[in-house]
Design a protein around this ligand. Structure first.
Ligand code: ZN
Length: 328
C-alpha cells in the first residue's frame, strides 16, 4: 500500500552571505553534493497556477514565469552540452489568477506577508506517493513578499529555487559554483542574477534514473558551473501529436476532395437522370445506340480531373501553414 509523506523545504534568508560569497572556501568539486527528493513528475505539462493576493503585485507574475523558464533553459543547455535527453519532456503551463484559469493545478504559487518559520522567504510543501515516487498534487509554494514590496528579482529567484524543489531537487551543499552562486543552496541573498547549475540539472537526471532520497555528486567530466541563460527549447510534442500534425491535414484534404467529388458525381448523375426523364424520349437510333450515353460519362471524368488538380494545389499551400501553427 502506498504511503503519503509530507515534506517541507525552506530557504533561509541570510543577508550576511551577500558580502561573504567571495571569501567562502569552496569545497573540491567531487565533495559537493545535492539532495534528491523522493519523487519526480511523469505527467507533462505541469500546470502552475499563481494565486495573486494582497501580498503580491501583478509585476510578480512575469517575474515568476521568467524564473520557471530559467529551469527549462538550464535543462536545454545542460542536455545539449552533456547528457540527460530524458529531461526533454519537462514542460509547464502557466496560469495567473484573474488572467487565465485552470481546473486542478499541479503547483500553486502564492504569497505571504512575513517570513515563515525559521526566517524562510520561500516554502515548498509537497506530498508524494512513496511507492510510485510521484507527487500528490497540488504542491504549494509560498513566497514572502511582506506587503508586496519585494523586488521582482527577489521573487523570481525565490520562485526559481522553490520550483527546483517542486521538480524533485533538494538542497546543494555548496553556496557557490565555479562562476556564480548555487541556486539550490538553502540560503542566499536571492537578489542577484542566478540560474540553475550543472549540479541542479544533474540532480534531475538522477531522479529520472530512479535515484530517490539520497545525495549525489557531479561526475568528474561535468564542470560545476552556473549554466548560462540560453534559450527556451522548442516544444517537443508526444509522438502521437506529431503523427496527428503530420497526417491530419492530408487526410482532411483527401476527405474534402472525396466529398466534393461525390457531390459533383451526384449532381451530374441527377442531371443525367432528369434529362433521361424529360419527354419526349427519342427512339434509339438503329445504329451506334451507345454514343448518346457515352458523352455524359466523358463529361464526368473531365470534371473530376479538373477538380483533382485544383485540390492538389491547395494541399501544397495548406501543409506549411499547419506546421507553422504547431510551433510556439
Ligand atoms: Zn530550499
Amino acid at each position: 500500500m502506498s504511503v503519503t509523506k509530507v515534506g517541507l523545504i525552506s530557504i533561509l534568508i541570510a543577508v550576511l552571505l551577500l558580502n561573504s560569497f567571495t571569501t567562502l572556501i569552496i569545497p573540491a568539486h567531487a565533495a559537493i553534493s545535492i539532495e534528491l527528493e523522493e519523487f519526480r513528475w511523469n505527467r507533462f505539462p505541469i500546470s502552475v497556477y499563481v494565486e495573486m493576493n494582497q501580498w503580491s503585485i501583478l509585476d510578480y507574475a512575469p517575474a515568476i514565469r521568467e524564473g520557471l523558464d530559467n529551469w527549462l533553459k538550464a535543462i536545454w543547455n545542460y542536455t545539449n552540452a552533456y547528457d540527460g535527453q530524458s529531461l526533454a519532456m519537462i514542460s509547464y503551463t502557466y496560469y495567473v489568477k484573474d488572467i487565465n484559469s485552470t481546473g486542478n493545478p499541479d503547483v500553486i504559487i502564492s504569497f505571504a506577508p512575513y517570513e515563515m518559520s525559521g526566517k524562510a522567504v520561500g516554502l515548498t510543501t509537497y506530498k508524494y506517493d512513496d511507492t510510485a515516487h510521484e507527487p500528490i498534487t497540488p504542491i504549494i509554494i509560498n513566497i514572502t513578499t511582506h506587503s508586496a514590496t519585494e523586488t521582482d528579482i527577489f521573487v523570481k529567484n525565490v520562485a526559481m529555487h522553490e520550483f527546483g524543489h517542486a521538480l524533485g531537487v533538494g538542497h546543494a551543499s555548496s553556496p557557490n559554483t565555479e562562476n556564480g552562486p548555487e541556486l539550490m543552496y538553502y540560503a542566499s541573498s536571492k537578489s542577484g542574477i542566478i540560474f540553475p547549475s550543472t549540479l541542479d540539472v544533474y540532480a534531475l537526471t538522477q531522479i529520472y534514473q530512479g535515484h530517490f532520497g539520497q545525495t549525489t555528486q557531479l561526475p568528474s567530466s561535468v564542470p560545476y558551473v552556473m549554466l548560462p541563460e540560453g534559450a527556451i527549447p522548442p516544444t517537443r510534442m508526444p509522438q502521437w501529436q506529431t503523427y496527428l500534425q503530420q497526417y491530419v491535414p492530408p487526410i482532411a484534404v483527401v476527405a474534402i476532395f472525396l466529398l466534393l467529388s461525390l457531390t459533383v458525381v451526384a449532381y451530374v448523375t441527377r442531371r443525367k437522370t432528369d434529362a433521361s426523364r424529360s419527354p419526349p424520349i427519342p427512339p434509339p437510333p438503329p445504329t451506334d445506340s451507345n454514343s448518346a450515353l457515352r458523352a455524359p460519362e466523358l463529361q464526368i471524368d473531365n470534371v473530376k480531373t479538373r477538380f483533382s488538380k485544383a485540390t492538389s494545389a491547395k494541399t501544397l499551400d495548406f501543409r506549411p501553414k499547419r506546421a507553422e501553427v504547431g510551433l510556439w
